[in-house]
Write a protein that binds this ligand. Structure first.
Ligand code: HEM
Length: 271
């Protein structure tokens, strides 16, 4: 029996992975560019500043991926592709759990080591993460006031935020799905009644029930990140004010109970 052409390097005269010869691991992933982006600022150098930069950049990469997945999940709802929206939301959940546990990495830094470079960061702060705010807007928590509180946005960042404020949220898309199924969504009372109908007749509305549960998990995991982040903040800086100019932990504590889908939580009261 002859082996399929190209399976054996000895037969083709090429090594695995060299076919075509144009791309390499490093060029495909743009590693020279990527690995040149971790640039500590403080003098004299502080050992943990590299960790601080790398962890934040890893978050921003994941935020980019989450925006990609959540946008697609929302867009899958309009044509009624609940299976697709659910699959994407489940990927979102796994990434979000990773983001919660990734806080552990930064917590290996001691407050004393953080103080070696913290002063040099001001007024930069995670508060200025445009992608984080885009995630909130897309998920359902649109608060235009945040845009005004950003310092020195680029034109592209401002346009991105404006676009997210203008376009439908995941919740809007879910309500559209209910409407197309004939369930009333004119006001909060109607929506709640429709959610109760769905919950009580899962045999008929299983796809809508499961999708709502996936949205709720997304909401829950976002809240878990906020709670975990403020714990880390208190561990690092106690009740000192933030480099972004807020009160620090007191501000962050106020944000922990925020919910994207309050009606999905209230639904529990009615079951
Ligand atoms: C030593 C570690 C950290 C400390 C001490 C810290 C501290 C703070 C503080 C005090 C705030 C309030 C705003 C301000 O006045 O600055 C804040 C907000 C924020 N931080 Fe962090 N942070 C840390 C790590 C991170 C990481 C790893 C991320 C990941 C991206 C992050 C993302 C954010 C976001 C998105 C906000 C805005 C939260 C909101 O408005 O609800 N932070 N941080």
């Amino acid at each position: 029996m002859t082996a399929p052409a190209g399976r054996d390097g000895a037969m083709t005269g090429r090594n695995f992975g060299e076919e075509g010869g144009r791309l390499t691991y490093g060029s495909y992933l743009r590693l020279p560019e990527l690995l040149a982006q971790q640039v500590p600022q403080v003098i004299p150098p502080a050992h943990d500043e590299l960790l601080f930069i790398t962890v934040h950049q890893a978050y921003e990469l994941c935020f980019k991926q989450l925006l990609h997945e959540l946008t697609a999940a929302r867009d899958a709802m309009a044509p009624g592709e609940t299976w697709r929206a659910r699959q994407l939301l489940q990927r979102v959940h796994v990434i979000e759990r990773l983001l919660v546990s990734q806080i552990d990495v930064l917590e290996t830094m001691t407050p004393q080591d953080f103080l070696q470079f913290r002063a040099a960061l001001a007024p930069a702060s995670g508060f200025q993460s445009v992608q984080f705010r885009e995630l909130e807007f897309l998920s359902g928590a649109k608060d235009p006031q945040f845009v005004g509180r950003f310092r020195a946005l680029t034109d592209a960042e401002r346009a991105g935020l404006a676009r997210r404020l203008a376009e439908p949220t995941l919740w809007d898309a879910y309500l559209g799905l209910l409407r197309s199924t004939g369930l009333p969504v004119g006001n909060d009372d109607e929506i709640l009644a429709s959610l109760v109908t769905i919950a009580r007749d899962r045999a008929r509305h299983d796809d809508l029930w499961q999708l709502a549960e996936d949205l709720l998990t997304h909401d829950e995991l976002a809240g878990l990140w906020r709670a975990r982040h403020v714990q880390m903040v208190e561990r690092q800086i106690g009740t000192k004010s933030g480099t972004g100019g807020s009160t620090g932990a007191p501000y962050l504590h106020k944000r922990v109970p925020m919910r994207y889908y309050p009606l999905l939580w209230e639904l529990r009261d009615w079951l």
